[in-house]
Design a protein around this ligand. Structure first.
Ligand code: CO
Length: 445
């Protein structure tokens, strides 16, 4: 009896640290509905932890022992800690701030039968479309406002049930459950208003931001799933929320960086926008953003081109983007030998065609770090007859070429507006990343 109680107590205690981390993640997800909100929130987190903001358009003034962050397009952000002594290399984690959603097009209002107003939207990224239907949706993103001579960028989060994509009733489409092909133009135009209510989207934006309609110059606005994140399961084993891919890795990287103590290397957490649409923007992983930051920091600390190349050769990147768990209803979809599960630790991803950067060298280094951190490790490979996704590591390696490993947390329903994963995994990732930031890679290789 005593033994049983002790076990429950111990189990309760263990679950607490996992649940606590998951709860912090969920609150981050619930309050940051767009990449612009994510980057603003990370900036606040870093500032609270003593990081100073650098601007790309001004000289980088950095000192040994200092902590800094820099943004690009307000949707990508790199934060870093400089050690007190000469740094050897860069220990970099990377994740992405964007997730598949619908973008509201310009002049979006469409009148139907002189009675309804719906919005014209287009897909952003490759999503599961069905789960966007029949749930209240909000709107979030950024709005450019004319203020005197200046054009200002404002965050917008219409945090209420404002649009909906109702399904067509089964009676009007008897084959709905036989498989349905969605038309990205006509099936997904969300209903916004009754005609005659005389409230336009512009009116609502102006009211939310307390500006005149005429001051609104342009917008980047997206639909958001308003269902709050939750911890679920018989023993609260699981979590679910919108945008676990990839904000689970974004958030874990930021918390780990803040906590990590780096003695030999510059520890840096980089969050890129536009991974879901190919990374080819000025702020994406294919851009010069990361390289520019590394070169400028190296130069500001007195380094030259030669010392930059040496530092990159001593550097390592952990490209963190979520992975697929074995799905209990579709077990045959996973590779026969490598079968990642939620709650079973960090997943290292391999692909012979190098969609993932992991090779024997980077895999060995990261496995070793996880072992030192006491974090369980799993392996992901696609079935050989399935071509999987791509991610940040191989793309960013074209600009900054270094040893890199692709990892992620196991999850279900990737690219649904509501994804599920394990309650323990965010904690595991934080432990692994913290250990990574504190590791002198050049002592291992
Ligand atoms: Co992703």
């Amino acid at each position: 009896m005593i033994k049983y109680k002790k076990m429950c107590h111990m189990k309760g205690k263990i679950m607490d640290k996992y649940a606590e981390t998951s709860k912090r993640l969920i609150s981050f997800l619930d309050t940051n509905p767009s990449p612009f909100h994510v980057v603003a929130a990370l900036g606040k987190m870093y500032e609270k932890a003593g990081f100073k903001r650098l601007l790309e358009k001004e000289k980088f003034e950095v000192k040994r022992g200092g902590n800094y962050y820099v943004t690009r397009n307000n949707s990508s952000i790199a934060a870093f800690k400089i050690p007190e002594k000469d740094f050897k290399g860069f220990n970099i984690t990377a994740a992405h701030s964007d997730s598949p959603t619908f973008k509201i097009k310009a002049n979006a209002e469409i009148n139907v039968e002189k009675n309804f107003v719906k919005l014209n939207v287009e897909k952003y990224g490759g999503m599961l479309m069905a789960p966007w239907f029949d749930r209240p949706l909000g709107i979030a993103g950024r709005v450019m406002i004319k203020n005197g001579e200046k054009i200002e960028e404002h965050l917008l989060h219409i945090d209420r049930d404002i649009v909906m994509m109702p399904n067509l009733a089964i009676h009007m489409n008897r084959e709905a459950n036989e498989g349905y092909k969605y038309n990205a133009q006509t099936d997904t135009e969300p209903i916004f208003a009754e005609l005659g209510s005389e409230i336009t989207l512009q009116d609502i934006i102006a009211r939310e931001l307390n500006v005149s309609k005429e001051a609104i110059l342009d917008t980047d606005l997206f639909l958001t799933n308003r269902m709050k994140g939750t911890i679920w399961g018989a023993d609260n084993e699981f979590i679910a929320a919108g945008r676990l891919d990839d904000l689970q890795c974004v958030f874990a990287g930021a918390e780990s960086l803040i906590e990590a103590e780096n003695k030999e290397n510059i520890a840096l957490h980089c969050v890129f926008d536009n991974e879901e649409v190919g990374s080819g923007t000025k702020q994406g992983a294919a851009s010069t953003f990361l390289k520019d930051v590394l070169m400028r920091v190296n130069r500001a600390l007195g380094g030259d081109e030669e010392s930059y190349f040496q530092a990159v050769a001593r550097s390592f990147m952990v490209s963190a983007d979520n992975a697929h768990s074995v799905h209990p209803n579709y077990t045959e979809k996973a590779d026969p030998c490598n079968r990642p599960m939620v709650n079973k630790g960090v997943v290292i991803k391999y692909n012979a065609n190098q969609k993932y950067t992991t090779d024997a060298v980077s895999g060995a280094v990261f496995r070793d770090i996880c072992k030192e951190a006491g974090v369980p490790v799993q392996t992901f490979t696609n079935r050989s007859d399935v071509s999987g996704g791509s991610t940040l590591g191989n793309i960013s390696n074209a600009q900054v070429s270094l040893n890199a490993v692709d990892i992620g947390m196991a999850q279900w329903a990737m690219h649904s507006p509501y994804e599920s994963g394990g309650v323990k995994d965010t904690y595991y990732l934080e432990e692994a990343m913290k250990k990574f930031f504190e590791t002198d890679i050049s002592a291992k290789l």
